[in-house]
Write a protein that binds this ligand. Structure first.
Ligand SMILES: [Fe+2]
Length: 227
């Protein structure tokens, strides 16, 4: 397997590329519109063929690169079955395997940050989108976010993965790149709650400012970034 992560500074977004060595087929997770040229350069230099680009959820803080990538590479674009993004060429649902060469990658429905949030599980790692961040969890106060649902996604799904599983989040604002399920269980303050009610109270007390780009990004992203 080949793996590479890209970082979009303005929105602190991670975009992940995973590729199958045998078929040279590649998958991009959470591409950013402004960085599409970077991805295409990397794909060309590595002699990889992009066949699928996916979003973990409809983003509020950056414009998705799905539409531009589909136009430029004819890749398949995918989003969760629950999403209001109408323009994606296909959908995944809970438990579904994504087809990228011989890669073993499975969609795991982890709602809470939004009602269309997914994580992607591979044998040694998980891409957690904005459900589980390093030392944090994604806010639950817009886009049909729900702290109760997020509690169950975290404690009932993600924390049940083996503790050595590498955690690759959708964002990081403090310079971290990777964690593990065990580290997050032990050191993530958001996960040190006694029960669902405590988690809901913690999330509802956050009072975060609205993302700068939200009024532009959400409508654009429902149209795959409007390309
Ligand atoms: Fe998000």
């Amino acid at each position: 397997m080949r793996f590479h992560s890209f970082f979009h500074k303005e929105s602190s977004t991670f975009t992940y590329l995973v590729a199958d060595n045998r078929s040279d087929e590649a998958l991009l997770i959470d591409p950013v519109d402004e960085d599409v040229t970077r991805y295409l350069d990397y794909l060309r230099d590595s002699r990889l063929k992009l066949i699928v680009a996916i979003d973990t959820h409809v983003h509020a803080d950056h414009i998705t690169g799905l539409g531009k990538l589909r136009n430029l590479t004819q890749c398949v674009t995918q989003i969760g079955a629950e999403s209001k993004m109408q323009c994606a060429s296909a959908r995944f649902s809970d438990g579904e395997a994504l087809r990228v060469g011989t890669l073993d990658i499975r969609a795991l429905y982890t709602p809470g940050h939004t009602d269309d949030s997914y994580s992607f599980v591979m044998p040694d790692r998980v891409f957690t989108g904005d459900t589980l961040l390093i030392g944090g969890t994604g806010r639950t106060d817009f886009q049909n976010g729900d702290p109760r649902a997020q509690y169950h996604s975290l404690f009932g799904k993600l924390l049940r993965l083996p503790e050595a599983t590498l955690v690759y989040p959708g964002h990081d604002y403090r310079g971290n790149k990777v964690s593990t399920i065990g580290q997050e269980r032990d050191y993530n303050p958001r996960l040190h709650v006694a029960n669902e009610a405590e988690y809901v109270a913690l999330m509802n007390a956050l009072k975060l400012p609205t993302p700068k780009l939200m009024d532009i990004a959400v409508p654009a992203n429902l149209g795959c970034g409007r390309h």
